[in-house]
Design a binder for this molecule. Structure first.
Ligand SMILES: Cc1cc2nc3c(=O)[nH]c(=O)nc-3n(C[C@H](O)[C@H](O)[C@H](O)COP(=O)(O)OP(=O)(O)OC[C@H]3O[C@@H](n4cnc5c(N)ncnc54)[C@H](O)[C@@H]3O)c2cc1C
Length: 376
């Protein structure tokens, strides 16, 4: 099987040509704030000045450029990528914030905010990278105090350059960072943790990754344009996409709840999202989503030993309450996650961006046996 050092890494020119210019960028922020050249503005990422560096971290970290799923699986799970619907995990539970956790305005059970505030309070992390809002625009943020966590609660269903704040946190000297991100962002973080450029001075600054389940995120700019025809986007206090069969997004303002059919906004999903094979953030320590039929609780996949230890401590200290995951819910989640994986890989294959040969660039690479199993 391929070793990590066989990953194909190019530079910023290739990143712009193969990803940005092909509309494959999902604005995760992995290439922003590493250097003075890549900048994010209102949900779009652009290179301001030419740069000839090769190989570059911007390309190595990008979750759409030459992602080697077998290399990741070998590095983190010590095995070939097997494409299981929910990814590798140790335990699946339901959860919600416990009595000791503070805050309100959570998206669902507040599990994510509670895990992060607990980790800061206990000194398990020295900074957290979260996603706040300025009006309707999502804003990456570095927080260092548990009391700041709740202000970033709730889901912004738009593509967000959250990882730019991660690079800022590293630059500012934080060395035990907790990051909350969508699946594409957790892929980028996993690639960073592999030290793809084999830097001798590398030490892994990531102490915790909390992944969010995600089917897609909308393009920020076009979604704002879409909403502006109906309401003042800055008036939106909360967004929610209730589980199927609702097929709608609900936007809450002070005065009313506005419902938008998903069929109207799906065309605003960036092309890069459509190639994504991961719904449950499989490269995170802990992955969190909503729980079908219970808007006050979350589904939680605990994937690593450090994730397990953290959840057990948070439960003991009453920051988190957990319960058993009903088998029926687990089955529904597994179906939704395998559907997304199959759709994403089919789309990548159709676009000629999967397991390419010769000089052609791929978005994704994985072993033929697993690919065949998923596509059946
Ligand atoms: C774009 C998107 C799509 C999603 N799709 C699904 C789905 O299909 N199925 C499902 O079960 N769950 C989905 N979720 C996750 C779900 O909405 C909740 O985030 C999750 O259940 C955690 O709930 P909570 O109450 O613990 O979160 P909270 O305690 O409210 O914390 C939410 C956290 O999410 C972070 N965040 C918010 N928006 C973003 C963003 N755009 N990018 C990165 N981080 C962000 C914030 O920093 C905050 O820490 C999605 C979330 C997002 C952001």
């Amino acid at each position: 099987m391929e070793d990590v050092s066989d990953m194909q890494i190019f530079g910023p020119r290739e990143l712009v040509r193969d990803i940005h210019d092909q509309d494959l960028c999902v604005a995760c922020g992995a290439c922003v704030e590493l250097c003075p050249y890549f900048k994010a503005h209102r949900g779009k990422i652009a290179m301001l000045f030419p740069c000839d560096l090769s190989p570059g971290r911007c390309h190595a970290f990008c979750p759409k450029a030459e992602v080697d799923l077998d290399g990741l699986a070998l590095h983190f799970w010590k095995k070939q990528y097997e494409g299981d619907s929910l990814g590798h995990y140790l335990k699946i539970v339901t959860a919600r914030s416990g009595r000791k956790a503070q805050g309100a305005g959570f998206q669902a059970g507040g599990t994510v905010s509670s895990i992060i505030s607990f980790s800061l309070k206990e000194g398990l992390i020295d900074a957290a990278v979260l996603t706040d809002r300025d009006g309707f625009i999502p804003v990456p943020r570095v927080v260092t105090h548990p009391d700041e966590v709740a202000s970033c609660a709730s889901s912004k269903y738009t593509a967000t350059p959250t990882l730019s704040a991660f690079h800022r946190a590293v630059r500012n000297g934080y060395s035990r960072i907790g990051v909350v991100g969508t699946p594409c962002q957790t892929i980028a973080l996993a690639q960073m943790r592999m030290n793809p450029l084999q830097r001798e001075d590398f030490s892994d600054p990531i102490a915790l990754t909390v992944g969010l389940f995600c089917t897609w995120a909308l393009d920020t700019r076009t979604f704002i344009e879409f909403l502006s025809q109906r309401l003042e986007p800055d008036a939106v206090r909360k967004m929610d996409i209730p589980p199927p069969p609702a097929e709608k997004m609900v936007l809450q303002t002070e005065e009313e709840n506005i419902e938008v059919p998903l069929s109207r906004i799906r065309p605003l999903v960036p092309k890069g999202c459509l190639l994504c094979p991961d719904m449950t953030a499989e490269w995170a320590d802990i992955s969190v989503g909503v729980l079908e039929n219970d808007p006050e609780r979350n589904t939680v996949l605990i994937r690593t030993e450090r994730g397990m230890e953290l959840v057990e401590r948070a439960v003991k200290k009453r920051f988190l309450e957990i319960g058993p995951m009903p088998e029926e819910n687990r089955e529904h989640l597994a179906v939704a996650a395998s559907n997304k994986r199959r759709r994403g890989l089919r789309k990548a294959l159709e676009e000629g961006l999967l397991n390419t040969e010769g000089d052609a660039r791929a978005c994704l690479r994985l072993n033929a046996e697993t690919l065949k199993k998923i596509l059946v």
